[in-house]
Ligand binder design. Structure first.
Ligand code: BG6
Length: 477
C-alpha cells in the first residue's frame, strides 16, 4: 500500500555507551566520585558486587575502541561525559584533565569521520552534590547542571552536532526514588515527583542555554519509551492502556515538548498529595526549553490490562515505568497493570522482544510531538559465549537488530523523520546492577565479575554483519 523508502544517505548508523559503564579509571586525572561509585559498594545492590572502577577500561583504550568503530564503519558514536571528570565536586573549578580526555576522544572520532553524539548526563551524578543538597531533590541542581552543560558546550561545541541532555529521566527517577535499585535508593512518591520536576527544569534550562548560545547542531533528551498495547478490545483495558501512556510516557515527553504534564496524571497526583510544586517561572522555563529532536531508547513494549481496586488495593508497582519490566505483572492500582503478551517472546532477562513496537514508538512520537527522532538506544542483552578460537556467534543479536532496523525502515516509509540509530552498545560493558554477564556489544570484552582479565576485545559475528548493513545503507535486510 505504500512505497518503501531508503534510509537517508546521511543516516547516522552508530552505537552507544555511557561513561560509568565503560570508562573505568574512576579516580584518575582528578575525577570526583559519582553516586554510582558509592552505590555499587553497598552490599547486595549489584550482581556479585560488581562496580565500574575498571569497567572495560575505555579511558585508557579509547584509541583501540575508536579504531574498531572505524573498521566497522560507524557513522556515529554516542557516549556520555562523566560530570565528575569536568567538575569533580559537581561545580566550582573545572578539571582541565577531564576536558582534555573528552577532547582527545572527540578529536579521535572526528579524525575517523565518526560523528560524536554526546550525552551530558547518564546517571553518574557527582556525589558531592548528593551530599551537599540531595542532588535532584534541590533546585540548586538546575544552576549546577546548566553550568556543567554550558562548560561542555563551550569546550566541545565546535565539533559536536548532537547533544543528549538527560538520559532516561523516567528510569533514573523511578529507580532512584521508588524502586530503590539506583542511587539514592529511596522509596517515596512525593520526593520522586518533586525530584522529577527539578530534573525537568534542569533539562529545559540546559536546552535553553544551548539555544541561547547559538551553538551548532541540536539537543534533546533520550527517553526510555516502552509503548503500551491494550491486551484486548475490552474497553476497560483500552482505558488502562490510555492511562499507561499518560503515566509512563506523556508524563515526560509532553513536558519536554509542550512544557506541561498530562492533566489526568497531574490531577491524580494532586489528589494523592504527591504532585510537584510548579511555579509560573517553571512553566515559562519548561516551554522555553523545547528539544530539537526526541532521543528514543527503545527496548520493548508493555501489554496493558485494567487493574481494578479491590477493597482499596490493587496490584502494586514494582516497576511501572514500563522500561525495566519483565513479563511478570506489575502496575498502578486503579490505573493499569502490565500483563503477558502471548505473541511475544522474551530475552534472557525477560524483556519482551518486539521489533514492530519500535515502528509504533516512532509513529506515536512523530504524531504527538512532530519532532525528528534519534534512536539513541536499542539492543539485546544476552549471555554470549567466547569460543576457543575467539569467535562469538551471536546470531540472536543479529536477528534482533535486523528486525528492528526493518521496523525503522517501515517507520521512515510511513513518513517519520529518523535521524539515526545508535545501538546499545558498541562494546560489552557494565550493565549497572547486572554485572558483566549481560552483554550488548558488537565487540566482546573478555572480562567477568571475578576478574578484569586482560580486557581483550574480540569482534562478534554481529560486528561484521552490522558493518555490511552500514556499507549497504540498510538496503538489503
Ligand atoms: C538503558 C540505559 O536503560 O538501558 C543503559 O540507558 C542500560 O545505560 C541499558 O545499560 C540496558 O539496561 P540494562 O539494565 O540491561 O543494562
Amino acid at each position: 500500500y505504500k512505497k518503501m523508502s531508503h534510509f537517508p544517505t546521511d543516516f547516522l548508523w552508530g552505537a552507544s555507551s555511557a561513561a560509568y559503564q565503560i570508562e573505568g579509571a574512576y579516580r584518575e586525572d582528578g575525577k570526583g566520585l559519582s553516586v554510582w561509585d558509592k552505590f555499587v559498594r553497598i552490599p547486595g545492590k549489584t550482581f556479585k558486587g560488581t562496580n565500574g572502577d575498571v569497567a572495560v577500561d575505555h579511558y585508557h583504550r579509547f584509541k583501540e575502541d575508536v579504531a574498531l568503530m572505524k573498521e566497522q564503519g560507524l557513522k556515529a558514536y554516542r557516549f556520555s561525559i562523566a560530570w565528575t571528570r569536568i567538575f569533580p565536586e559537581g561545580k566550582g573549578q573545572v578539571n582541565q584533565k577531564g576536558i582534555n580526555f573528552y577532547n582527545r576522544l572527540i578529536d579521535e572520532l572526528i579524525a575517523n569521520r565518526i560523528e560524536p553524539v554526546v550525552t551530558l548526563y547518564h546517571w553518574d551524578l557527582p556525589q558531592a552534590l548528593q551530599d551537599e543538597y540531595g542532588g535532584w531533590e534541590s533546585r540548586e541542581i538546575v544552576t549546577d547542571f546548566t553550568n556543567y552543560a554550558k562548560t561542555c558546550f563551550d569546550a566541545f561545541g565546535d565539533r559536536v552536532n548532537y547533544w543528549v541532555s538527560l538520559n532516561e529521566q523516567n528510569v533514573f527517577i523511578s529507580h532512584g526514588y521508588q524502586m530503590e535499585s539506583h542511587p539514592p535508593a529511596v522509596n517515596d512518591e512525593k520526593r520522586m515527583y518533586a525530584a522529577n520536576h527539578i530534573a525537568n527544569l534542569a533539562n529545559a534550562s540546559a536546552i535553553k542555554t544551548f539555544h541561547d548560545g547559538h551553538y551548532q547542531g541540536g539537543i534533546g533528551p533520550s527517553f526510555a519509551y516502552s509503548p503500551g498495547y491494550a491486551v484486548n478490545g475490552d474497553p476497560k483495558n483500552q482505558v488502562a492502556a490510555t492511562n499507561y501512556e499518560d503515566y509512563a510516557a506523556h508524563f515526560w515527553m509532553d513536558v519536554y515538548v509542550y512544557g506541561r504534564y498530562p492533566k489526568m496524571i497531574y490531577k491524580w497526583l494532586t489528589e494523592r498529595g504527591t504532585a510537584p510544586v510548579i511555579t509560573e517561572a517553571d512553566r515559562a522555563l519548561l516551554i522555553a526549553g523545547k528539544p530539537d529532536f526526541m532521543g528514543l531508547n527503545y527496548y520493548q513494549t508493555q501489554t496493558i490490562a485494567a487493574n481494578p481496586l479491590v477493597g482499596g488495593v490493587g496490584l502494586a508497582a514494582e516497576n511501572n515505568t514500563g522500561k525495566k519490566g519483565t513479563s511478570s505483572e506489575s502496575g498502578v492500582p486503579g490505573m493499569f497493570k502490565t500483563t503477558n503478551n502471548e505473541f511475544l517472546k522474551q530475552t534472557d532477562w525477560d524483556w519482551n522482544i518486539d521489533p514492530e513496537g519500535l515502528r509504533i514508538a516512532l509513529r506515536r512520537i512523530d504524531s504527538r510531538y512532530d519532532l525528528p527522532v534519534l534512536i539513541t538506544e536499542n539492543g539485546l542483552g544476552a549471555y554470549d559465549k567466547l569460543e576457543e578460537d575467539h569467535q562469538i556467534h551471536d546470531d540472536y543479536r543479529i536477528y534482533f537488530i535486523n528486525e528492528h532496523i526493518k521496523a525503522i525502515k517501515e517507520a521512515i516509509s510511513d513518513g517519520v523523520k529518523v535521524i539515526g540509530y545508535t545501538t546499545w552498545s558498541f562494546t560489552d560493558l557494565l550493565s549497572w546492577s547486572n554485572g558483566y554477564q549481560k552483554r550488548y556489544g558488537f565487540v566482546y570484552i573478555d572480562r567477568d565479575e571475578e576478574s578484569a582479565k586482560e580486557l581483550k576485545r574480540y569482534r562478534k559475528d554481529s560486528f561484521y554483519w552490522y558493518q555490511k548493513v552500514i556499507q549497504e545503507n540498510g538496503q538489503y535486510l
